[in-house]
Design a protein around this ligand. Sequence first.
Ligand SMILES: [Zn+2]
Length: 518
Amino acid sequence: MDQRFRLSAIVPQGFTVERTSVCAEQITVWIRCDAHNIACPCCGTLSSRLQSRYWRRAADLPLAGRRVDLRIMVRRFRCDAVLCSRQIFAERFGDNVLAPLARRTARLDHIVHHLGLALGGRPAASFANRLMLPVSNDTLLRVVRRRARTPTDPLLIIGIDDFAWRRNHRYGTIVCDLERRRPVVLLPDREQATAEAWLKGHPSISIVARDRGGGYGEAVAKSLPHAMQVADRWHLMVNASRAFLDAVRKSMRDIRTVIGATTINPELLTCAERLQYEGYIRREETNASILALSASGMPIKRIAKQTGYARQTIRRVVRGERSDMFRPRQSALEPHLSWLDAQWADGCRNSAHLWRRLRSQGFQGSARVVAEWATRRRRAEQVNAGSLQRLPSARNIARLMTTGRDALSKADSIVITAIENRLPSLVQAREIIEGFHQMLRRKTAADLTPWIDKARSTLVASFANGVAKDEPAVRAAISSAWSNGQAEGQITKLKLVKRQMYGRAKLDLLQARLIGAI
Ligand SMILES: [Zn+2]
């Protein structure tokens, strides 16, 4: 249906336009309410006895690229009810149109709120300016804060974790309501006292899921002694695997002896491999010099300054976690090696010829790969030394040792068998860690105490000691349905919002935006 445009269509419903004036940037609209009988806000009695009127100003949504300034006529009425304490009252327009004392209409306030949520203070203010919305930076922040939802339901089950304001620099704390799957509060740091103070104010909390380590465990114990603590399952899984990797690293020297590859003959390497080998030698030299500095008592910070290496690298070297070893590079020839060996033994030593025959078998590598292999074979025969050993890394050995035997290649399974036969302590460590994973998966909390007793005398003792220190929470992690995994998801969301704020994220605004944006 074709409808004639009425001026009253541009102002909130229930108002009539009296007149308008337009200038370059602004439209001023004078409006009034049409209702005859107005209810007294005190007693609800309808009144039509007009006392006086005055003009009130409010900003409204922009129109055709111009700001809109509303001038609203407000009438005062006399209340006739005998028992009413009010004699005179001003008419009201409803909170969804224009709240009492508001300087913006509700529909404009709504837009301002969402701009603030989406863009934060200053970026939102400059964008609002372009949209001809007359709001300042401060106003935006105020609206976002005022409208920030404060959850009223009692908190029962929460997850608590830290997040980085700036990595390795400044951290905050996020608390999530695990039942309703939403963040509840952001705390300005990750100090135990801060978490403690907040937790004390929420005695309804009965279950707290938290990461292992950090002060959260103690904070909960002090402020909510009745609450059950649940260690984070995912971190437990990761830490357990990590403990086994550390055990393998500690045993690397023995493993090298077992595999019998303590020396490498650079003569036997191809050109590319020699480059790798030189890099390896360089790394070993660096490690040695860092270790020497550290042994002389120099702090990591100074070593970093002196050598120019990252502090993290130095820390890893000092902890003995960066003892990598030289490995000739993986080759596409791997599956064809036995066939090549047989050809070589038969006297077919022309690499181009070998390559063509390989290609007809489906080999997709270049002729150079085969030529390099032939060169190495020739050199090996010339030097008449032991052939090159392929040394897997600690990480690879840890992975191979925890992979099912059926999934291993023949070469890998020979290596792993050798390690397993000669290093029973490593096999034991693997079984202990597998046992821990199984406990978590099968939820058999009763096995925890015997597990700790057994694990304490193995290569993963330090992990077991950590678990023992936190036993009730780990037990809860095994048996409880709640986990802190959700908090991790909320932290991802938080990082996104924080990044949008161009590093100007202030705590309360970040919180208002995170919680308001759901
Ligand atoms: Zn009244």
